[in-house]
Design a protein around this ligand. Structure first.
Ligand SMILES: Cc1ncc(COP(=O)(O)O)c(C=O)c1O
Length: 429
């Protein structure tokens, strides 16, 4: 057994509580999102598919930094590119050739990408895409489906919308995945007012046949642009993201996370006639838009994705992990399943008589962390997750699910959990 929230963690958490609202900078990394008392609160190092906590405990890592780490921590080629760029400098007074080179790679790899604008985060990328869609169509209303970040146009629609003016909230309308009628409903309620239909092309639920094509047709018939939020799917489901994987293209697509293997870069890419508006009619520009270290990381990442079977590896290893977990859960009679496409899997707990789903999830995570495997709410896989790491993880699943099955039979799931159950993940609207 390796993990308890250590004394070093506790001391740092105390300091954090005094100076950092929410304790961590990113909501999904806060201790209450995992198993406080069992999970480490801080990580200080990563290498390949492994990470280390403050006390030097080692874990095979599946959140992959919430998705960005697609090649593995400290990928040698990305490291080389980054170190070389650090030696030259991170930011300059004029543009850098890297802007052109990375944009060319994106245009080559991503279907429908004719031009590219760089930003730093996924939220900025989706917001820039929505701004462009509104500018192109001259319409203010947005029909959205999924999570798109923290900016006003989308957060206004969630329970945490304090600070977003009512006038802004009234312009965004949620519709439901795999439900074309719900999109039809929004488009009918606001005739000739919806300029943008934005969606995650896939989340946990897979698209029904014809669904993505149907969204595209409905958006275009209504005179709106279709934007794919590929912040998670981009450079992961396929080299060209969900657009390549599902064979459906959008007018614009927003990317972030995996594009630079952990360095902060986002981008919006799409039709040239829309992208041109970035400077001619509206304004999407920032001091760090051409920050060179992240662009150097992106160039190395995209070149490796283009050259090597990275995405194929993610599908293969992810499928082994998902399928073996589900077989073992069934064998130990634990009402838990890994669901979602192989490259990104989520642990789902089925309702079960008298069992607190959150405590059961925490208990499975506890068993895994005890065996050196760090799971999160969304579990990815990187090019560095080799067969040995996957085999070790399957052994951890076996242990964790056997423990969970025994606790279920004894009816003491909550008592077996050494910490607190994970909090509700409420960031998604
Ligand atoms: C689908 C999707 N879109 C947008 C975002 C926002 O990206 P960022 O957190 O980099 O601002 C996220 C982040 O998790 C996301 O999952």
């Amino acid at each position: 057994m390796v993990a308890v929230t250590s004394q070093a963690d506790q001391r740092l958490l105390e300091r954090a509580r005094r100076v950092l609202p929410g304790i961590t900078q990113t909501y999904s990394k806060a201790p209450d999102q995992h198993v406080p008392g069992v999970y480490p609160a801080y990580l200080v190092r990563g290498d390949g598919c492994r990470v280390w906590d403050l006390e030097g405990h080692e874990y095979i890592d599946y959140p992959c930094a919430l998705g960005p780490v697609v090649l593995g921590y400290r990928d040698p080629e990305v490291d080389l590119a980054v170190h070389a760029q650090v030696d030259r400098g991170p930011s300059f007074s004029l543009g850098t050739p890297l802007e052109v080179e990375v944009a060319e790679l994106v245009v080559e790899m991503v279907p429908s990408a004719e031009m590219v604008r760089f930003v730093k985060t996924g939220s900025e990328a989706t917001s820039a895409a929505v701004r462009l869609g509104r500018a192109f169509t001259g319409r203010d209303h947005v029909a959205m489906c999924g999570y798109h970040g923290w900016h006003e146009w989308c957060v206004g629609h969630t329970p945490r919308n304090a600070g977003v003016p009512e006038a802004v909230r009234a312009l965004t309308h949620q519709w439901a995945y795999n439900d074309l009628d719900s999109l039809r409903g929004v488009l009918a309620r606001y005739p000739e007012q919806v300029g943008v239909v934005i969606m995650e092309p896939v989340g946990v639920e897979e698209p029904q046949p014809g669904f993505l094509e149907g969204v595209r047709s409905l958006a275009h018939e209504a005179g709106a642009l279709l934007i794919f939020d590929e912040v998670i799917t981009g450079f992961r489901l396929a080299r060209g993201g969900a657009q390549e994987h599902f064979g459906v293209s959008a007018d614009l697509a927003a990317f972030g996370k995996a594009v630079a293997n952990g360095y902060p870069l986002g981008l919006v890419a799409g039709r040239a006639d829309v992208m041109e508006l970035v400077t001619s009619a509206t304004f999407v520009s920032g001091t760090f838009g051409g920050e060179a270290v992240s662009l150097a990381a992106a160039r190395a990442t995209l070149e490796k994705l283009r050259r090597e079977p990275v995405c194929e590896h993610l599908w293969r290893q992810g499928a082994v992990l998902r399928d073996r977990f589900n077989q073992l859960a069934a064998a130990h009679e634990v009402p838990a399943r890994m669901v979602g496409l192989a490259p990104r899997r989520v642990l789902e707990i089925a309702p079960h008589d008298g069992v607190d789903a959150s405590a059961l999830k925490g208990l499975i995570w506890q068993g895994c962390i005890d065996r050196g495997v760090l799971l999160g709410n969304a579990n990815f896989v990187s090019y560095a997750h080799d067969d040995a790491a996957v085999a070790h993880t399957v052994e951890a699943f076996e242990y964790a699910l056997a423990e969970a099955g025994a606790a279920l039979r004894r009816n003491d799931v909550r008592e077996t959990l050494r910490g607190l159950p994970p909090g509700e993940v409420s960031r998604r609207p």
